[in-house]
Design a protein around this ligand. Structure first.
Ligand code: SR1
Ligand code: MG
Length: 411
């Protein structure tokens, strides 16, 4: 299907905003002083627009193709509707943890949302060696609130079923099925890595247990419609605002265009993966104090998720059969699966298309060891996940592996 609509540009934004009454009190379209294109993601155009009083707004527009690759990879811009609807639904459950939405333009696939430029993208902050206390807890709370509310437990059976149909997102899910769950193990031309990491990438392909478990996790990703998940919850999808001493002021999860009804553990695993990738960077750079901080994040995330989900559990709509014992079973399964999904997400960021700046901006002589540490840790997670180990124990082992291979010659 061909999509023809006008793309946002500095030339047409003032007139566009003047035509949108919904944002009249947010920004003055007659006194625009700044329009900055900040789309550092892989898919869309994103502008931060400011007026002369310093008030701002974000305009995000979905292109009819994947920006990272260009028009040769067409992609339905309907993903913008998904992101808009998910952000609104998640805000009903966790208003303080997502950006405010002003409007959605169905003709031009534009979402107008809160300007969070007083926040930082969490990946950027972590890359710079910053410590943001409390943000992992907030992301855990966001996952718990958003997924409980949209699960059978929070929404009830009928609503849950109807909402699954509305949120179906097949084209975008296929990206994850291919890039995260398939191509690292059955390589095509989209994979790439440093030649010194070739044996590490091959070790993943030769790891029969890993390939089997990735298959199980892919099946779960494709079939377990547990809740309306974010779908791409890496540290680049989280904005943080902290005081100078690192204390949290605000944390927001954004960019939920990969959202669909999927496994709750997928979101938890995505965040864990990115903590471990951030850890590999800090180990490569020898930032010991920062590594100590990152080491606390996985447990903080999980504990907060668990605490908030437990708090919501007594409010579940149907208590028959969905007993308190069931919650214990679910939490254990989600923890195991979160490790598995984390492993899948770590491998894809090293081997497959769309990498992370945490690793890519490292000098190649230390990047080799960092990439190796991420891949070996992913293999460890696949083995550890069935052992009922605590998140802390597993994270300590991840750090040991990363420390061991950090110089690039620890094979
Ligand atoms: C082609 S899109 C590549 C990646 O960008 C997004 O952030 C998702 O992680 C996706 O896999
Ligand atoms: Mg994104």
């Amino acid at each position: 299907m061909e999509h023809t609509y006008e793309f946002l540009s500095a030339d047409n934004i003032p007139a566009y905003l003047a035509s949108r009454k919904e944002t009249a009190s947010v920004i003055d379209p007659t006194s625009i002083v700044e329009m900055k294109e900040v789309g550092d993601g892989n898919l869309n155009i994103v502008f931060i627009v400011k007026d002369s009083k310093g008030q701002g707004i974000v305009l995000k527009q979905a292109l009819p193709y994947v920006r990272l690759v260009g028009p040769s990879w067409p992609m339905s811009p309907d993903r913008a509707r998904i992101e808009y609807e998910t952000t609104v639904i998640h805000s009903e459950a966790a208003e303080h943890l997502v950006p405010k939405i002003y409007f959605y333009d169905t003709d031009r696939y534009i979402i107008a949302m809160e300007d969070l430029s007083d926040h930082k993208v969490w990946r950027t902050a972590l890359n710079a060696g910053e410590k943001n206390f409390g943000s992992a807890e907030s992301v855990g709370e966001y996952i718990a609130r958003a997924t409980f509310a949209t699960s059978i437990f929070g929404a009830g059976a009928e609503k849950h079923k109807k909402d699954i149909a509305r949120a179906i997102n097949p084209e975008i899910c296929l990206i994850t099925e291919d890039l995260v769950f398939t191509e690292p193990y059955f390589p095509g031309d989209r994979n790439s890595y440093l030649s010194d990491n070739e044996p590490d990438a091959q070790a993943i392909i030769d790891d029969e247990q890993m390939v089997l478990e990735i298959g199980e996790l892919k099946f779960k990703f494709m079939t377990a419609a547990e809740a309306l998940i974010h779908g791409d919850l890496h540290t680049g999808s989280v904005m943080v605002k902290s005081k100078e001493d690192g204390t949290e002021i605000s944390t927001r999860a954004f960019d939920s265009e990969f959202s669909f009804y999927g496994p709750i553990a997928f979101d938890i695993g995505a965040v864990l993966a990115n903590f471990y990738i951030a850890m590999a960077r800090s180990i490569a750079l020898g930032r010991t104090e920062h590594v100590e901080f990152i080491q606390t994040l996985p447990t903080a995330l999980w504990n907060s998720f668990e605490i908030h989900f437990r708090k919501l559990w007594p409010t579940r709509i149907d208590k028959r059969v969905f007993s308190d014992q069931l919650l214990e079973v679910l939490l254990e399964v989600w923890k195991e699966d979160a490790f598995g999904f984390a492993a899948a997400k770590m491998v894809r960021r090293i081997v497959g298309l769309a990498k992370t700046t945490d690793i890519e901006t490292l000098d190649p002589n230390i990047r080799v060891g960092a990439a190796r540490g991420v891949l070996r840790s992913a293999q460890l997670l696949i083995r550890e996940r069935h052992k009922h180990s605590s998140i802390d124990e597993v994270t300590t082992k991840v750090r040991e592996i990363m420390d061991e291979v950090r110089t690039g010659d620890g094979r």
